[in-house]
Design a protein around this ligand. Structure first.
Ligand SMILES: [Fe+2]
Length: 134
């Protein structure tokens, strides 16, 4: 399976553990996109959205063991909370009443993730590194 949206070096926060988790999230996004392209395979979309909800919970808890050392930790954590809330909501809506398309969900997940990694994670991990907090 070729990744339509590959993880790129420019997404690196400089901590392998966190980068690997981000790569895992990209893997799930690629599965989601593949399922959409594969006739909107509903079973596989439901499954990957559920996996996503579970994995982001694990990932944010793990990432926050680093970002909790930030002076502005609350702002970073709020972004995570908003994302978890939104992702859970989309996952439930998709599996229950189906008033949202998988493509809309994919667009949200992909855009949010890319933006958050580039604008928030990378900057905050740089701050931690520069202040000897990693
Ligand atoms: Fe983050």
């Amino acid at each position: 399976m070729t990744d339509l949206i590959p993880w790129k070096e420019e997404y690196s926060v400089g901590v392998e553990e966190t980068d690997n988790q981000h790569k895992e999230l990209f893997k799930m996004l690629n599965i989601l996109l593949d399922s959409i392209n594969n006739d909107n395979d509903r079973k596989s979309i439901d499954k990957v959205l559920e996996d996503m909800v579970n994995y982001v919970d694990f990932h944010f808890k793990s990432e926050e063991t680093y970002t909790a050392r930030l002076p502005n930790f609350t702002a970073h954590r709020l972004e995570h909370w908003e994302f978890v809330k939104q992702t859970m909501d989309y996952q439930k809506r998709f599996s229950n009443n189906k008033d949202v398309t998988a493509q809309e969900i994919f667009n949200f997940l992909f855009n949010w993730l890319k933006k958050h990694i580039i604008e928030t994670d990378i900057n905050d991990f740089r701050y931690l590194r520069e202040h000897g907090l990693l």
